[in-house]
Structures are given as structure tokens and as C-alpha cells.
Design a protein around this ligand. Sequence first.
Ligand code: GLV
Ligand code: GLV
Length: 326
Amino acid sequence: MARPSVLVTRMIPQENLDQLRERFDVDINADERILPRDELLARAKGKDAILSMLTDTIDGEFLDAAGPQCRVVANFAVGFNNFDVAAATARKVILTNTPGVLDDATATHAITLMLATARRVVEADKFLRAGKWVGWAPLFFIGLDIDGQTLGIAGLGRIGKNVGRKAKGLGMKVIYSDMRRDAEFEAEVGARHVDKETLLRESDFVSLHVPLMPETRHFIGEKELAAMKPTAVLINTSRGPVVDEKALARALKNKTIWGAGIDVFENEPQVEPELLPLDNAILVPHIASGTTETRLNMGRIAVRNIIKVLGGEPPETCVNPDVLRR
Ligand code: GLV
Ligand code: GLV
């Protein structure tokens, strides 16, 4: 009997790939490029499972191109705004993601961006390399304090909570906004639940941890930036479209806010050109979960989900559980 076939849309850690190859015929895009849409659709045709990236749009057109034998699309990401969940559910295709294993890496990255922005690390490094340093001085490269400052967490999921715990360790006060209150988190971190307006008004640092949904598109825009302190810093490790990038560039340029640490962009890999010359922004290319262990663990979940579904079992993590109930 022919082995089931799997399309892997981008190179993944070798161990993950070996595990798939033991059981399946694997078609992997091993090039340093995102598959263009027409090639993605062509290579999906006839596959039983897809291991997809957040850069692949998985919608009705994609699933129809893959064909009715396709049972599962396993995203190599926790975020799944690249999925049309309703289209997959209508076609009884199981969709999975990789929650949990990247919380620490992503939260660490948010903290890294916060500290690096506050202490102007990237700007100072560029300054030194440009040969501009003439010696120590008291009023030279002045940054922001961390200890005793208030961190506002927008969206208290697993990653937001992890950031809160780390911030407590840095001596910060933590406030958070979320639809739900979390008494356990409040007790653990000494955090206070506030509404969005209060969060923006009181925070010295605002870190975004909401998923991208229609309701969170431009969650931070001109009005929100204007409500922040002029000494405040915005950190975004969630999804680019959660922030209005043009409004952010204007706010940084006009010093409406003090700085920003940005890992995700509205139209990746494009970056709003107005952001590029600004020294008060640290801009990095969507690398928050990028550690060896974390990427391996994300791959392990995606691979196990494919093995389970093709073996007739439910996956470990499913974003459209309605399909499993039928
Ligand atoms: C990365 O952005 C992810 O969603 O895993
Ligand atoms: C700074 O390097 C100091 O010694 O205060």
C-alpha cells in the first residue's frame, strides 16, 4: 500500500523531518523561500497532510487544490490567523497549532525587546561601530529605568502570563487588560486587572499578547498611541496587524511615545518605510520563538499531530474541534 504523503512547506529541524520520513512520503520545500501561491497549490495536490507555516494562507481554495483526501493541516506556529477555520471545518479538515512550547521563548523575546529598547542597545552598538564614541560622559545614551516601572500586558494568554512573571522578577509592577480576570495570576504576580484605556494611560511599557482576529486589527492605532505616556515604550511580539504601523511610525517620529520594540509587521516581509530611519525603534524579523529547543518542540507537536490524524486518532492540539465531534 502506498504510504501517505505529506507536504512540508519550509525546512524544519532535521529530527522533525526524519520522524515524518519514517512513516510518510515527504515533499519538502528545502529552499530559502516561501512557496509562491501557485506552487503551494500545485504541491499540495494529492497530499494527505500538510505541515504549514504562518506564511501560507490555508483557505478554501488551498484545501480544494489539495483535494478531499487531505485530512490535516498542522501549522508550525501557535498563531493561526493564516487559517480560514470555517473553510476547513466545512471540508472536515483538521487544523492544528503548537501552543505551550513557545511561551517561554516568546516571552523572553518580549522582555529582550523591552530591555534593549529601554537601554538603547542597538542604537548604541551602531554608534560605537560608526566610530563616533569619544569617551564616557554622564549624559550620554540615557535610557529608561525598569525596576519599579509599570508593565501593561494586553492579552493575558499563556505568553502574556509568562511575560508578567518575568517582569515581576525584574521588579516591575504589572497591570493587564483581558476580557477575563485571572485571580490566580493576580495573586502570583501582584498584578491588577484594568481596562484598555487605563492600561495605555498608566503603563511605562505596553506589551501586546492578543491573537490577531477581526476585533484586534489595529488594536493600537493613532488614538491609542496618543493615550500612552510620552515616555512609554510599545512592544509587539503578537501579530503585525494588531498595530497600525503607519500610525506607530508617526508616533515614534513625533515622540508621542518614547520607543518601540517590534518583532512582527503588518505586511511581512515588508516593513513600513517610515519606521526604518527611526533610532527609537528596534525592528527584528519575526524571531520571537526562534530558539533551537523551541523550534524543535514546535515541530514535534506538528509532526505528532500529523501522525495521530493519519493514524485515525485525534490530534493533540486542534483549533477546529467541531470537526472531531462529527
Ligand atoms: C509565531 O509567530 C507563532 O505564532 O508561532
Ligand atoms: C560607570 O562606569 C561607573 O563606574 O559609574
